[in-house]
Design a protein around this ligand. Sequence first.
Ligand SMILES: Nc1ncnc2c1ncn2[C@@H]1O[C@H](COP(=O)(O)OP(=O)(O)O)[C@@H](O)[C@H]1O
Ligand SMILES: [Mg+2]
Length: 364
Amino acid sequence: MVQGDREGTGGPSALQKRVIELEAHLERLQDSDRQLRLFIDSVRDYALIALDTNNCVTGWNAGAERILGYQEHEILGKPGSVIFTPEDIEGGNMQLEFDTARQTGRAEDERWHVRKDGSRFWGSGVLARIDDEEGNLVGYGKVMRDLTERNARQQRNLLTVQENERRRIARELHDDLVQRLAVLEIGLARIRRGLPPEAADIGLELLRLEQQTGMLSNDVRRLSHQLHPSVVDDLGLCTALESIVEEFQRDQGQEFTFLCEGVPEKIPTNIATAIYRIAQEALRNIAKHASGPGGLRVIGEGRMLHLTVSDAGPGFDVPAAYRGGLGILSMKERTQLLGGQFSVTSNAGGSTTVDVLVPLQEDY
Ligand SMILES: Nc1ncnc2c1ncn2[C@@H]1O[C@H](COP(=O)(O)OP(=O)(O)O)[C@@H](O)[C@H]1O
Ligand SMILES: [Mg+2]
């Protein structure tokens, strides 16, 4: 029997063959390792983080750099806890996540995380336990996504749906109910005028019903305007704002200035509606918590729209108010959803100013 690998025959020995095989295997391993590395780094929408058994970072991809702000060399070896909020660390939620992953293999979470610059984002992810071939724990892998933009999009959609529904109900109230009440009022007046002189008592009663119907109709009209500022659609933002300022002056009997300047005729509906809602809430707050004199100004400055609403005090503790009410929070949220900047400045004993600056870009 001829053996081709025997020494002296010119063919490779068994050992040489084995070495060639191993080299090829190693090359394949290096290739797939490089490919895996390239793949991990090309994932930019997800943060992929590897941690050792002490929860220190051992791997950090480009997605993690983008989402969390740390470069790989800055974070390697650091405790993974840096991306958790102090509340989650102190409250034991971070520990619970690691314990769950260790005990069950994985832990899913949706929570606030902290970027390098201290800002926070809403992240969703999975922490998985990593074992070696013998089943011993060697570390953890975390895959995480920043959901802030998705949440903002959902919030914008929700606001649009809510505004459309309000618009529908407002139109229904205004175009149907108010008209039918007007017909009722006219009918009552006609009966009253046709009454013989001896039925003066009934006439008086009918007059009272007519007046009540008139008041009811006014209330429904006012409600429909509050529900949806159809004037914003029909007559534009300035006219709509002027009408709520006039209503405010009438109700409050306070000196209140109004200025609308440089506002383009056609601005996207979502921006006009948001500005109107913010102005409505700011005026409601003055009616409830403050007093005049004050003013409302809307100024178009290039591609920006600037709204300011100010009053004469008594002022309040703004950080505490953010925790308390919903009005200020919703003004801020509406502004931020338009990519704008919101601020309230107030000093105890002094005036309060609500400032809203939004870009006049296209509809979302
Ligand atoms: N213009 C203002 N002047 C004085 N205090 C104000 C003013 N606006 C808001 N506040 C204070 O901030 C708190 C929170 O306001 P807000 O979020 O609109 O909720 P709400 O008006 O329902 O209380 C109010 O309860 C009030 O104490
Ligand atoms: Mg309020």
